[in-house]
Design a protein around this ligand. Sequence first.
Ligand code: BGC
Length: 247
Amino acid sequence: MEILGIDIGGTGIKGALVDIKTGKLTTNKHRIPTPNPATPESVASTIQELVNHFNWKGLVGCGFPTPLQHGKCLTGGNLHEDWKNTQVDTLFKAKTGNDFSVVNDADAAGLAEINFGAGKDVKGTVIMITLGTGIGSGLFLDGKLIPNTEFGHVLYKNGEIFEKYASDSARKRDGLTRKEWGKRLNKYFNHINLLVSPDLIIVGGGASKKFEKFETKINVGVKIVPAKAENEAGIIGAAMAAKYQIK
Ligand code: BGC
């Protein structure tokens, strides 16, 4: 069974058809830059463009970069303040005519890794951390998702959240080398380990492709591995969440 998986990020909106049984993409990825400003109306138009690109009439699973409850966005996050309280699945369905299932992007990436990737058959507590424009998290216990954790919003210092200090966009903003960034990530992962004592941390988002460039700076008393599906985990997991209607 195929579902169109879409991953909405701060800089790009990416989609592909996903085979739900194997967790593999069955088409090439298609990426459209995230509109600026990323208002509900402009993002909905980009979603329509993606759906048209694949000429897709079926169910769409969408990873969304904010906490959500039952398809409703709880904060505008890194997109736009107008998203707050928007029923995202209803908006996208009204625009495209397709049925939509919307989940948090990091929860989606985690679902892909737990089912097909680095977290497969891992018992206990597994945390997926995605490093991109923001820092997202997905928390799993014995393979089951505990949705909407926001571990990127853990406070770092002076009321500042870790996302502002250690995300990939913070690396770019501050002109850090991967090794310098790795030192910041080391602080972050140590803090997460202290708070949750997980059995495994999986690192996803664009950064997972360059994991070996900062890995040497990470020294935490827990296994940390890159996502197997790298940056595609968000697309795969969004499609899976739609299939199982995880909201
Ligand atoms: C949001 C999370 C999201 C993460 C990654 C954060 O700013 O609060 O919900 O998962 O960015 O996109």
